[in-house]
Design a protein around this ligand. Structure first.
Ligand code: CU
Length: 69
């Protein structure tokens, strides 16, 4: 089990956080997604078969790319 935290400046409202949580939550291996408007961050807990590369690729695909700070 691994947890990663990304800054996602493209999130602007509850709809955004909901989309991020729903889309990432559908990825096989992802067990928890917490998107926060206050911090602008998304915390993702996952395990095999999900990979960090896969998560980043999906976030780019849905137009909420993670920004490395
Ligand atoms: Cu929004």
């Amino acid at each position: 089990m691994k947890t990663v935290s990304y800054s996602v400046p493209a999130m602007h409202c509850g709809h955004c956080t909901h989309t991020v949580q729903t889309e990432l939550g559908e990825l096989a291996g992802v067990t928890e997604v917490v998107a926060s408007l206050e911090t602008g961050k998304v915390n993702i807990t996952f395990d095999s078969p999900a990979t960090e590369e896969q998560i980043v690729a999906l976030m780019k695909e849905i137009n909420y790319p993670p920004v490395i700070v």
